[in-house]
Design a protein around this ligand. Sequence first.
Ligand SMILES: *[C@@H]1O[C@H](CO)[C@@H](O)[C@H](O)[C@H]1NC(C)=O
Ligand SMILES: *[C@@H]1O[C@H](CO)[C@@H](O)[C@H](O)[C@H]1NC(C)=O
Ligand SMILES: *[C@@H]1O[C@H](CO)[C@@H](O)[C@H](O)[C@H]1NC(C)=O
Ligand SMILES: *[C@@H]1O[C@H](CO)[C@@H](O)[C@H](O)[C@H]1NC(C)=O
Ligand SMILES: *[C@@H]1O[C@H](CO)[C@@H](O)[C@H](O)[C@H]1NC(C)=O
Ligand SMILES: *[C@@H]1O[C@H](CO)[C@@H](O)[C@H](O)[C@H]1NC(C)=O
Ligand SMILES: *[C@@H]1O[C@H](CO)[C@@H](O)[C@H](O)[C@H]1NC(C)=O
Ligand SMILES: [Cu+2]
Length: 430
Amino acid sequence: MRQLLAELLALVILSSTLFCWVLGDTHYYEFVLREKKYTRLCNTKSMLVVNDSFPGPVIRVHKGDTVFVNVHNHGDYGVTLHWHGVKQPRNPWSDGPEYITQCPIQPGSNFTYKVLFSTEEGTLWWHAHSDWTQNSVHGAIVIMPAKGTDHPFPKPDEEEIIVLGSWYSYDVNKRVNYDLAIGADLPREEAFLFNGQPGGIFNCSRDTQYRLVVDYGKTYLIRLINAATSSELLFAIADHNVTVVGMDGAYLKPLSTSFLVISPGQTMNLLLTANQPPRQYYMAIRQYVTNGDPDVYPANTAILEYRGNYSRRPDPVFPSQLPSYINISSAEFFLAGLRSLNSKEHPAFVPQEITHHMYIVVSVKQVLCNPSECEIGMAMASAMNNITFLNPHVDVLQAYYRYALRSSLSFSLFLSYLHADTYFGNIMQA
Ligand SMILES: *[C@@H]1O[C@H](CO)[C@@H](O)[C@H](O)[C@H]1NC(C)=O
Ligand SMILES: *[C@@H]1O[C@H](CO)[C@@H](O)[C@H](O)[C@H]1NC(C)=O
Ligand SMILES: *[C@@H]1O[C@H](CO)[C@@H](O)[C@H](O)[C@H]1NC(C)=O
Ligand SMILES: *[C@@H]1O[C@H](CO)[C@@H](O)[C@H](O)[C@H]1NC(C)=O
Ligand SMILES: *[C@@H]1O[C@H](CO)[C@@H](O)[C@H](O)[C@H]1NC(C)=O
Ligand SMILES: *[C@@H]1O[C@H](CO)[C@@H](O)[C@H](O)[C@H]1NC(C)=O
Ligand SMILES: *[C@@H]1O[C@H](CO)[C@@H](O)[C@H](O)[C@H]1NC(C)=O
Ligand SMILES: [Cu+2]
Protein backbone atom coordinates (compact mmCIF):
# COMPACT_ATOMS: atom_id res chain seq x y z
CA MET A 1 0.00 0.00 0.00
CA ARG A 2 2.71 2.43 1.04
CA GLN A 3 4.69 1.57 -2.06
CA LEU A 4 1.63 2.23 -4.22
CA LEU A 5 1.19 5.65 -2.59
CA ALA A 6 4.85 6.48 -3.15
CA GLU A 7 4.54 5.49 -6.80
CA LEU A 8 1.42 7.62 -7.19
CA LEU A 9 3.18 10.55 -5.58
CA ALA A 10 6.16 10.12 -7.89
CA LEU A 11 3.80 10.02 -10.85
CA VAL A 12 2.10 13.24 -9.75
CA ILE A 13 5.44 15.00 -9.28
CA LEU A 14 6.74 13.69 -12.60
CA SER A 15 3.67 14.75 -14.56
CA SER A 16 3.57 18.17 -12.93
CA THR A 17 7.14 18.82 -14.05
CA LEU A 18 6.48 17.33 -17.48
CA PHE A 19 3.50 19.58 -18.19
CA CYS A 20 4.93 22.63 -16.38
CA TRP A 21 1.90 22.93 -14.17
CA VAL A 22 1.85 26.29 -12.52
CA LEU A 23 0.07 26.22 -9.18
CA GLY A 24 -1.29 29.74 -9.09
CA ASP A 25 -3.13 31.82 -6.51
CA THR A 26 -6.88 32.04 -6.06
CA HIS A 27 -8.68 35.41 -6.22
CA TYR A 28 -12.27 36.34 -5.36
CA TYR A 29 -14.23 39.15 -7.03
CA GLU A 30 -17.74 40.43 -6.34
CA PHE A 31 -19.46 41.99 -9.37
CA VAL A 32 -22.71 43.89 -8.79
CA LEU A 33 -24.75 44.54 -11.94
CA ARG A 34 -26.95 47.62 -11.70
CA GLU A 35 -28.50 50.28 -13.97
CA LYS A 36 -26.72 53.64 -13.91
CA LYS A 37 -27.23 56.93 -15.80
CA TYR A 38 -24.53 58.12 -18.20
CA THR A 39 -24.39 61.34 -20.23
CA ARG A 40 -22.56 61.29 -23.56
CA LEU A 41 -23.06 63.31 -26.76
CA CYS A 42 -25.27 65.78 -24.81
CA ASN A 43 -27.73 63.00 -23.97
CA THR A 44 -28.44 60.97 -20.80
CA LYS A 45 -29.50 57.33 -20.67
CA SER A 46 -29.53 54.50 -18.17
CA MET A 47 -27.55 51.33 -18.82
CA LEU A 48 -26.47 48.16 -17.03
CA VAL A 49 -22.89 48.29 -15.67
CA VAL A 50 -20.78 46.36 -13.16
CA ASN A 51 -20.07 48.15 -9.84
CA ASP A 52 -21.14 51.56 -11.20
CA SER A 53 -18.15 51.65 -13.53
CA PHE A 54 -17.85 51.87 -17.31
CA PRO A 55 -15.68 50.20 -18.50
CA GLY A 56 -16.06 47.74 -15.60
CA PRO A 57 -13.58 46.56 -12.96
CA VAL A 58 -10.21 45.12 -14.02
CA ILE A 59 -9.41 41.51 -13.13
CA ARG A 60 -5.69 41.14 -12.33
CA VAL A 61 -4.04 37.73 -12.14
CA HIS A 62 -0.79 35.93 -12.79
CA LYS A 63 -0.58 33.13 -15.34
CA GLY A 64 -1.99 29.91 -13.85
CA ASP A 65 -4.20 31.62 -11.22
CA THR A 66 -7.86 30.78 -10.55
CA VAL A 67 -10.53 33.44 -10.10
CA PHE A 68 -14.00 33.14 -8.59
CA VAL A 69 -16.31 35.94 -9.71
CA ASN A 70 -19.67 36.10 -7.94
CA VAL A 71 -22.05 38.07 -10.14
CA HIS A 72 -25.03 39.64 -8.34
CA ASN A 73 -27.70 40.77 -10.77
CA HIS A 74 -29.46 43.87 -9.43
CA GLY A 75 -30.52 44.84 -12.96
CA ASP A 76 -33.86 44.48 -14.72
CA TYR A 77 -33.11 41.53 -17.01
CA GLY A 78 -31.17 38.25 -17.14
CA VAL A 79 -27.54 38.32 -18.21
CA THR A 80 -24.42 36.08 -18.37
CA LEU A 81 -20.71 36.93 -18.41
CA HIS A 82 -18.03 35.46 -20.71
CA TRP A 83 -14.25 35.42 -20.12
CA HIS A 84 -13.10 36.22 -23.63
CA GLY A 85 -10.08 34.20 -24.73
CA VAL A 86 -9.67 32.30 -21.43
CA LYS A 87 -9.39 28.68 -22.57
CA GLN A 88 -10.81 27.21 -19.32
CA PRO A 89 -9.64 23.61 -19.87
CA ARG A 90 -12.37 21.11 -18.88
CA ASN A 91 -14.44 23.90 -17.30
CA PRO A 92 -17.28 24.59 -19.78
CA TRP A 93 -19.84 25.42 -17.07
CA SER A 94 -18.18 28.79 -16.50
CA ASP A 95 -17.73 29.88 -20.13
CA GLY A 96 -20.87 32.02 -20.13
CA PRO A 97 -22.54 32.20 -23.57
CA GLU A 98 -26.25 32.55 -22.87
CA TYR A 99 -28.30 29.38 -23.52
CA ILE A 100 -25.14 27.51 -24.58
CA THR A 101 -23.42 26.87 -21.25
CA GLN A 102 -25.99 28.40 -18.88
CA CYS A 103 -29.30 30.22 -18.69
CA PRO A 104 -29.18 33.95 -17.88
CA ILE A 105 -28.53 34.99 -14.27
CA GLN A 106 -31.97 36.29 -13.30
CA PRO A 107 -32.54 39.67 -11.61
CA GLY A 108 -32.24 39.28 -7.84
CA SER A 109 -30.03 36.20 -8.04
CA ASN A 110 -26.29 35.54 -8.21
CA PHE A 111 -23.95 33.09 -9.93
CA THR A 112 -20.30 32.30 -9.20
CA TYR A 113 -17.99 31.76 -12.16
CA LYS A 114 -14.78 29.80 -11.75
CA VAL A 115 -12.27 31.18 -14.25
CA LEU A 116 -9.22 28.96 -14.81
CA PHE A 117 -6.17 30.65 -16.30
CA SER A 118 -3.80 28.18 -17.95
CA THR A 119 -1.53 29.20 -20.85
CA GLU A 120 -2.81 32.78 -21.32
CA GLU A 121 -0.40 35.66 -20.62
CA GLY A 122 -0.95 39.32 -21.52
CA THR A 123 -4.36 40.98 -21.89
CA LEU A 124 -7.87 39.56 -22.35
CA TRP A 125 -11.29 40.89 -21.36
CA TRP A 126 -14.65 39.88 -19.95
CA HIS A 127 -18.07 40.89 -21.24
CA ALA A 128 -21.77 40.13 -20.98
CA HIS A 129 -22.90 37.39 -23.39
CA SER A 130 -26.62 38.16 -23.64
CA ASP A 131 -28.20 40.31 -26.36
CA TRP A 132 -26.01 43.39 -26.86
CA THR A 133 -25.51 44.00 -23.14
CA GLN A 134 -21.76 43.63 -23.72
CA ASN A 135 -21.84 47.29 -24.81
CA SER A 136 -21.96 48.47 -21.24
CA VAL A 137 -20.93 45.33 -19.34
CA HIS A 138 -17.25 44.71 -20.04
CA GLY A 139 -13.78 45.15 -18.56
CA ALA A 140 -10.13 44.20 -18.90
CA ILE A 141 -8.33 41.07 -17.70
CA VAL A 142 -4.62 41.64 -17.01
CA ILE A 143 -2.55 38.43 -16.89
CA MET A 144 0.95 39.02 -15.56
CA PRO A 145 3.70 36.43 -16.13
CA ALA A 146 3.74 33.60 -13.56
CA LYS A 147 5.65 34.53 -10.41
CA GLY A 148 9.38 34.21 -10.95
CA THR A 149 9.14 34.79 -14.72
CA ASP A 150 9.07 38.02 -16.72
CA HIS A 151 7.81 39.61 -19.94
CA PRO A 152 9.96 38.69 -22.96
CA PHE A 153 10.63 42.43 -23.56
CA PRO A 154 12.30 45.25 -21.56
CA LYS A 155 10.31 46.22 -18.48
CA PRO A 156 8.06 49.22 -19.26
CA ASP A 157 8.06 52.17 -16.85
CA GLU A 158 4.28 52.26 -16.59
CA GLU A 159 1.13 50.52 -17.85
CA GLU A 160 -2.18 51.82 -19.13
CA ILE A 161 -5.38 50.04 -20.20
CA ILE A 162 -7.32 51.54 -23.13
CA VAL A 163 -10.74 49.97 -23.77
CA LEU A 164 -12.29 51.01 -27.08
CA GLY A 165 -16.09 50.92 -26.99
CA SER A 166 -19.34 51.85 -28.74
CA TRP A 167 -21.92 54.50 -27.83
CA TYR A 168 -25.60 54.50 -28.73
CA SER A 169 -27.86 57.19 -27.30
CA TYR A 170 -30.78 54.73 -26.95
CA ASP A 171 -31.43 51.33 -25.34
CA VAL A 172 -29.49 49.15 -27.75
CA ASN A 173 -31.02 45.82 -26.61
CA LYS A 174 -34.52 47.09 -27.40
CA ARG A 175 -33.37 48.27 -30.82
CA VAL A 176 -31.59 45.00 -31.61
CA ASN A 177 -34.62 42.92 -30.58
CA TYR A 178 -36.81 45.05 -32.82
CA ASP A 179 -34.34 44.80 -35.72
CA LEU A 180 -34.10 41.02 -35.32
CA ALA A 181 -37.87 40.70 -35.21
CA ILE A 182 -38.40 42.60 -38.45
CA GLY A 183 -35.18 41.45 -40.12
CA ALA A 184 -33.64 44.92 -40.35
CA ASP A 185 -29.90 45.68 -40.35
CA LEU A 186 -28.26 46.04 -36.92
CA PRO A 187 -27.53 49.50 -35.47
CA ARG A 188 -24.32 51.47 -36.07
CA GLU A 189 -22.34 53.17 -33.33
CA GLU A 190 -23.00 56.91 -32.89
CA ALA A 191 -19.50 57.32 -31.48
CA PHE A 192 -16.53 55.19 -30.52
CA LEU A 193 -15.19 55.49 -26.98
CA PHE A 194 -11.73 55.52 -25.37
CA ASN A 195 -12.20 54.23 -21.82
CA GLY A 196 -15.86 55.29 -21.92
CA GLN A 197 -15.33 58.75 -23.45
CA PRO A 198 -16.14 59.91 -26.97
CA GLY A 199 -13.58 62.16 -28.66
CA GLY A 200 -13.33 65.92 -29.03
CA ILE A 201 -14.97 65.97 -32.45
CA PHE A 202 -18.33 65.55 -30.71
CA ASN A 203 -20.39 68.25 -29.01
CA CYS A 204 -20.25 68.01 -25.19
CA SER A 205 -17.16 65.78 -25.30
CA ARG A 206 -14.19 68.17 -25.61
CA ASP A 207 -13.58 68.57 -21.89
CA THR A 208 -14.10 64.94 -21.00
CA GLN A 209 -12.14 63.21 -23.74
CA TYR A 210 -9.71 60.57 -22.53
CA ARG A 211 -6.12 61.73 -21.90
CA LEU A 212 -3.02 59.59 -21.53
CA VAL A 213 -0.52 61.80 -19.67
CA VAL A 214 3.10 60.73 -20.16
CA ASP A 215 6.59 61.71 -19.00
CA TYR A 216 9.20 62.39 -21.66
CA GLY A 217 11.62 59.46 -21.94
CA LYS A 218 9.42 56.81 -20.34
CA THR A 219 8.12 53.65 -22.05
CA TYR A 220 4.49 52.64 -21.54
CA LEU A 221 2.84 49.25 -21.95
CA ILE A 222 -0.60 49.95 -23.42
CA ARG A 223 -3.16 47.17 -23.12
CA LEU A 224 -5.53 47.98 -26.00
CA ILE A 225 -8.91 46.19 -26.10
CA ASN A 226 -11.45 46.50 -28.90
CA ALA A 227 -14.74 46.16 -27.00
CA ALA A 228 -16.73 47.93 -29.74
CA THR A 229 -19.78 45.89 -30.71
CA SER A 230 -18.91 44.88 -34.23
CA SER A 231 -16.44 47.33 -35.75
CA GLU A 232 -12.90 46.70 -36.85
CA LEU A 233 -10.90 49.77 -35.93
CA LEU A 234 -7.80 51.51 -37.27
CA PHE A 235 -5.65 53.13 -34.55
CA ALA A 236 -2.70 55.56 -34.66
CA ILE A 237 -0.92 58.14 -32.47
CA ALA A 238 0.36 61.33 -34.13
CA ASP A 239 4.17 61.38 -34.66
CA HIS A 240 4.63 58.16 -32.64
CA ASN A 241 5.17 54.55 -33.60
CA VAL A 242 4.19 51.72 -31.29
CA THR A 243 5.66 48.21 -30.98
CA VAL A 244 3.06 45.44 -30.86
CA VAL A 245 4.40 42.76 -28.46
CA GLY A 246 1.29 40.72 -27.67
CA MET A 247 -2.17 39.83 -28.89
CA ASP A 248 -5.14 37.98 -27.38
CA GLY A 249 -3.25 36.78 -24.32
CA ALA A 250 -0.09 35.56 -26.13
CA TYR A 251 3.24 37.11 -27.15
CA LEU A 252 4.23 38.26 -30.64
CA LYS A 253 7.54 38.95 -32.34
CA PRO A 254 7.88 42.71 -31.71
CA LEU A 255 6.37 44.63 -34.64
CA SER A 256 7.06 48.35 -34.91
CA THR A 257 4.28 50.19 -36.71
CA SER A 258 2.85 53.67 -37.21
CA PHE A 259 -0.80 52.40 -37.17
CA LEU A 260 -2.71 49.20 -36.43
CA VAL A 261 -5.98 47.38 -37.15
CA ILE A 262 -7.84 45.69 -34.31
CA SER A 263 -10.94 43.48 -34.61
CA PRO A 264 -13.86 43.49 -32.20
CA GLY A 265 -12.98 41.17 -29.32
CA GLN A 266 -9.26 41.42 -29.99
CA THR A 267 -6.63 42.75 -27.57
CA MET A 268 -3.10 44.04 -28.28
CA ASN A 269 -0.20 44.88 -26.00
CA LEU A 270 1.76 47.88 -27.32
CA LEU A 271 4.98 49.55 -26.18
CA LEU A 272 4.94 53.33 -26.60
CA THR A 273 8.05 55.41 -25.92
CA ALA A 274 7.40 59.09 -25.17
CA ASN A 275 10.33 60.46 -27.16
CA GLN A 276 8.82 63.34 -29.16
CA PRO A 277 8.84 67.08 -28.40
CA PRO A 278 6.58 67.64 -25.35
CA ARG A 279 3.13 68.82 -26.44
CA GLN A 280 -0.31 67.28 -27.05
CA TYR A 281 -0.89 64.69 -29.76
CA TYR A 282 -4.10 63.05 -30.87
CA MET A 283 -4.51 59.30 -30.78
CA ALA A 284 -7.28 58.44 -33.19
CA ILE A 285 -9.47 55.52 -34.19
CA ARG A 286 -11.61 55.11 -37.27
CA GLN A 287 -13.79 52.24 -38.41
CA TYR A 288 -12.20 49.99 -41.04
CA VAL A 289 -15.00 49.13 -43.42
CA THR A 290 -14.30 48.32 -47.02
CA ASN A 291 -17.78 48.81 -48.45
CA GLY A 292 -18.86 51.96 -46.64
CA ASP A 293 -20.13 55.42 -47.44
CA PRO A 294 -17.17 57.88 -47.24
CA ASP A 295 -19.09 60.58 -45.35
CA VAL A 296 -19.80 58.55 -42.24
CA TYR A 297 -16.41 57.36 -40.96
CA PRO A 298 -14.91 60.27 -39.03
CA ALA A 299 -11.92 59.71 -36.76
CA ASN A 300 -12.66 59.64 -33.02
CA THR A 301 -9.91 61.08 -30.84
CA ALA A 302 -8.26 61.00 -27.44
CA ILE A 303 -5.16 62.91 -26.31
CA LEU A 304 -1.59 61.85 -25.62
CA GLU A 305 -0.23 64.65 -23.44
CA TYR A 306 3.34 65.16 -22.22
CA ARG A 307 3.75 66.48 -18.67
CA GLY A 308 5.61 69.76 -18.42
CA ASN A 309 5.47 73.48 -18.58
CA TYR A 310 4.61 74.46 -22.14
CA SER A 311 1.69 76.35 -23.62
CA ARG A 312 -1.18 73.97 -24.59
CA ARG A 313 -2.22 74.80 -28.15
CA PRO A 314 -5.92 74.40 -28.95
CA ASP A 315 -5.40 71.74 -31.61
CA PRO A 316 -3.17 68.74 -30.94
CA VAL A 317 -1.29 67.17 -33.88
CA PHE A 318 -3.46 64.67 -35.80
CA PRO A 319 -2.02 61.27 -36.89
CA SER A 320 -1.71 61.80 -40.64
CA GLN A 321 -0.67 58.13 -40.98
CA LEU A 322 -4.13 56.87 -39.85
CA PRO A 323 -5.34 55.00 -42.96
CA SER A 324 -8.64 55.88 -44.57
CA TYR A 325 -11.60 53.66 -43.64
CA ILE A 326 -11.32 51.77 -46.92
CA ASN A 327 -7.54 51.25 -47.23
CA ILE A 328 -7.32 47.47 -47.63
CA SER A 329 -3.64 47.41 -48.63
CA SER A 330 -2.60 49.33 -45.48
CA ALA A 331 -4.68 47.05 -43.25
CA GLU A 332 -3.32 43.91 -44.91
CA PHE A 333 0.25 45.20 -44.69
CA PHE A 334 -0.12 45.50 -40.92
CA LEU A 335 -1.90 42.17 -40.46
CA ALA A 336 0.69 40.33 -42.55
CA GLY A 337 3.42 41.51 -40.15
CA LEU A 338 1.97 39.74 -37.08
CA ARG A 339 3.93 36.63 -36.00
CA SER A 340 3.83 34.55 -32.82
CA LEU A 341 6.88 34.98 -30.65
CA ASN A 342 7.57 31.22 -30.79
CA SER A 343 10.61 31.34 -28.48
CA LYS A 344 11.86 28.55 -26.21
CA GLU A 345 9.91 29.98 -23.26
CA HIS A 346 6.83 30.84 -25.36
CA PRO A 347 6.50 28.19 -28.07
CA ALA A 348 3.66 28.25 -30.61
CA PHE A 349 2.38 24.73 -31.16
CA VAL A 350 0.99 24.79 -34.68
CA PRO A 351 -0.20 21.31 -35.73
CA GLN A 352 1.94 20.13 -38.63
CA GLU A 353 -0.23 17.24 -39.76
CA ILE A 354 -3.68 17.94 -41.16
CA THR A 355 -6.11 15.04 -41.03
CA HIS A 356 -9.42 16.77 -41.81
CA HIS A 357 -10.27 19.60 -44.16
CA MET A 358 -13.27 21.77 -43.34
CA TYR A 359 -15.02 24.19 -45.60
CA ILE A 360 -16.80 26.92 -43.64
CA VAL A 361 -19.01 29.56 -45.22
CA VAL A 362 -20.30 32.44 -43.11
CA SER A 363 -22.89 34.56 -44.84
CA VAL A 364 -25.38 37.36 -44.34
CA LYS A 365 -28.08 37.81 -46.92
CA GLN A 366 -31.66 38.82 -47.44
CA VAL A 367 -34.33 36.15 -47.40
CA LEU A 368 -38.02 36.24 -48.18
CA CYS A 369 -40.31 36.45 -45.17
CA ASN A 370 -43.99 36.71 -44.47
CA PRO A 371 -44.90 40.43 -44.90
CA SER A 372 -47.11 40.23 -41.82
CA GLU A 373 -44.02 39.39 -39.74
CA CYS A 374 -41.42 41.60 -41.35
CA GLU A 375 -41.76 45.06 -42.77
CA ILE A 376 -40.90 44.75 -46.42
CA GLY A 377 -41.21 41.06 -47.19
CA MET A 378 -37.42 40.65 -46.97
CA ALA A 379 -35.34 40.07 -43.87
CA MET A 380 -31.61 39.99 -43.14
CA ALA A 381 -30.42 36.57 -42.01
CA SER A 382 -27.02 35.10 -41.27
CA ALA A 383 -25.87 31.52 -41.47
CA MET A 384 -22.84 29.30 -41.05
CA ASN A 385 -22.68 26.52 -43.61
CA ASN A 386 -26.31 27.19 -44.43
CA ILE A 387 -27.44 26.82 -40.84
CA THR A 388 -28.82 29.67 -38.78
CA PHE A 389 -29.20 29.77 -35.01
CA LEU A 390 -31.98 31.00 -32.77
CA ASN A 391 -31.62 30.95 -28.99
CA PRO A 392 -33.26 27.86 -27.52
CA HIS A 393 -35.16 28.28 -24.26
CA VAL A 394 -32.98 25.90 -22.32
CA ASP A 395 -29.25 25.74 -21.74
CA VAL A 396 -27.73 23.38 -24.34
CA LEU A 397 -24.81 22.18 -22.17
CA GLN A 398 -27.05 21.31 -19.24
CA ALA A 399 -29.61 19.63 -21.47
CA TYR A 400 -26.84 17.55 -23.02
CA TYR A 401 -25.41 16.63 -19.62
CA ARG A 402 -28.79 15.75 -18.08
CA TYR A 403 -30.52 13.93 -20.91
CA ALA A 404 -28.09 12.86 -23.59
CA LEU A 405 -25.29 11.54 -21.38
CA ARG A 406 -27.45 9.77 -18.85
CA SER A 407 -29.76 7.95 -21.19
CA SER A 408 -27.22 7.53 -23.99
CA LEU A 409 -29.47 9.15 -26.56
CA SER A 410 -28.20 9.78 -30.03
CA PHE A 411 -27.16 13.36 -30.79
CA SER A 412 -30.03 13.87 -33.21
CA LEU A 413 -32.52 12.66 -30.64
CA PHE A 414 -30.90 15.06 -28.16
CA LEU A 415 -31.39 17.91 -30.62
CA SER A 416 -35.03 16.99 -30.92
CA TYR A 417 -35.31 17.31 -27.12
CA LEU A 418 -34.25 20.93 -27.56
CA HIS A 419 -36.96 21.37 -30.21
CA ALA A 420 -34.06 21.75 -32.56
CA ASP A 421 -36.20 22.43 -35.58
CA THR A 422 -37.12 25.79 -34.10
CA TYR A 423 -33.56 26.97 -34.22
CA PHE A 424 -31.39 24.75 -36.39
CA GLY A 425 -33.32 25.72 -39.49
CA ASN A 426 -31.76 26.06 -42.93
CA ILE A 427 -32.49 29.51 -44.26
CA MET A 428 -29.94 30.32 -46.90
CA GLN A 429 -30.46 29.43 -50.53
CA ALA A 430 -26.82 29.09 -51.50
C1 LIG B 1 -18.10 45.71 -6.28
O1 LIG B 1 -18.99 46.23 -5.33
C2 LIG B 1 -19.20 45.39 -4.20
C3 LIG B 1 -20.32 45.97 -3.36
O2 LIG B 1 -20.22 47.33 -3.26
C4 LIG B 1 -17.89 45.28 -3.44
O3 LIG B 1 -18.03 44.47 -2.31
C5 LIG B 1 -16.84 44.69 -4.37
O4 LIG B 1 -15.58 44.66 -3.73
C6 LIG B 1 -16.72 45.49 -5.66
N1 LIG B 1 -15.90 44.75 -6.59
C7 LIG B 1 -14.90 45.29 -7.29
C8 LIG B 1 -14.18 44.39 -8.21
O5 LIG B 1 -14.60 46.46 -7.19
C1 LIG C 1 -26.50 33.75 -4.03
O1 LIG C 1 -27.24 32.67 -4.57
C2 LIG C 1 -27.37 31.57 -3.68
C3 LIG C 1 -28.13 30.48 -4.41
O2 LIG C 1 -27.49 30.19 -5.60
C4 LIG C 1 -28.12 31.98 -2.41
O3 LIG C 1 -28.15 30.92 -1.51
C5 LIG C 1 -27.41 33.18 -1.79
O4 LIG C 1 -28.17 33.66 -0.70
C6 LIG C 1 -27.20 34.29 -2.79
N1 LIG C 1 -26.42 35.35 -2.19
C7 LIG C 1 -26.74 36.62 -2.28
C8 LIG C 1 -25.83 37.58 -1.59
O5 LIG C 1 -27.69 37.01 -2.91
C1 LIG D 1 -22.79 70.19 -32.67
O1 LIG D 1 -23.86 71.09 -32.44
C2 LIG D 1 -24.12 71.99 -33.50
C3 LIG D 1 -25.17 72.99 -33.05
O2 LIG D 1 -26.25 72.34 -32.43
C4 LIG D 1 -24.54 71.21 -34.74
O3 LIG D 1 -24.76 72.08 -35.82
C5 LIG D 1 -23.41 70.23 -35.09
O4 LIG D 1 -23.82 69.42 -36.17
C6 LIG D 1 -23.07 69.34 -33.90
N1 LIG D 1 -21.90 68.55 -34.23
C7 LIG D 1 -21.84 67.24 -34.05
C8 LIG D 1 -20.57 66.56 -34.45
O5 LIG D 1 -22.76 66.59 -33.58
C1 LIG E 1 7.89 55.25 -37.61
O1 LIG E 1 8.21 54.18 -38.46
C2 LIG E 1 8.37 54.58 -39.80
C3 LIG E 1 8.62 53.33 -40.61
O2 LIG E 1 7.53 52.46 -40.44
C4 LIG E 1 9.54 55.56 -39.91
O3 LIG E 1 9.62 56.01 -41.25
C5 LIG E 1 9.25 56.75 -38.99
O4 LIG E 1 10.38 57.61 -39.00
C6 LIG E 1 8.99 56.29 -37.59
N1 LIG E 1 8.56 57.44 -36.81
C7 LIG E 1 9.00 57.66 -35.57
C8 LIG E 1 8.44 58.86 -34.88
O5 LIG E 1 9.78 56.94 -35.00
C1 LIG F 1 6.36 77.92 -16.90
O1 LIG F 1 7.13 78.64 -17.89
C2 LIG F 1 6.86 80.04 -17.86
C3 LIG F 1 7.56 80.68 -19.07
O2 LIG F 1 8.75 79.97 -19.40
C4 LIG F 1 7.31 80.62 -16.53
O3 LIG F 1 7.02 82.01 -16.49
C5 LIG F 1 6.55 79.91 -15.41
O4 LIG F 1 7.01 80.36 -14.16
C6 LIG F 1 6.72 78.40 -15.50
N1 LIG F 1 5.83 77.74 -14.55
C7 LIG F 1 6.21 76.76 -13.79
C8 LIG F 1 5.17 76.18 -12.88
O5 LIG F 1 7.34 76.29 -13.82
C1 LIG G 1 -3.48 53.38 -48.60
O1 LIG G 1 -2.44 53.96 -47.84
C2 LIG G 1 -1.19 53.99 -48.52
C3 LIG G 1 -0.13 54.46 -47.54
O2 LIG G 1 -0.49 55.67 -46.96
C4 LIG G 1 -1.31 54.88 -49.75
O3 LIG G 1 -0.08 54.87 -50.46
C5 LIG G 1 -2.42 54.34 -50.64
O4 LIG G 1 -2.63 55.23 -51.71
C6 LIG G 1 -3.72 54.20 -49.85
N1 LIG G 1 -4.71 53.54 -50.67
C7 LIG G 1 -5.99 53.90 -50.70
C8 LIG G 1 -6.90 53.08 -51.57
O5 LIG G 1 -6.42 54.87 -50.06
C1 LIG H 1 -29.33 25.51 -47.91
O1 LIG H 1 -30.59 25.29 -47.28
C2 LIG H 1 -31.70 25.42 -48.15
C3 LIG H 1 -32.98 25.35 -47.31
O2 LIG H 1 -33.02 24.19 -46.54
C4 LIG H 1 -31.61 24.33 -49.20
O3 LIG H 1 -32.70 24.46 -50.10
C5 LIG H 1 -30.30 24.51 -49.97
O4 LIG H 1 -30.15 23.47 -50.89
C6 LIG H 1 -29.11 24.51 -49.01
N1 LIG H 1 -27.90 24.84 -49.77
C7 LIG H 1 -26.79 24.13 -49.63
C8 LIG H 1 -25.62 24.59 -50.45
O5 LIG H 1 -26.71 23.16 -48.93
CU1 LIG I 1 -16.12 37.61 -26.44
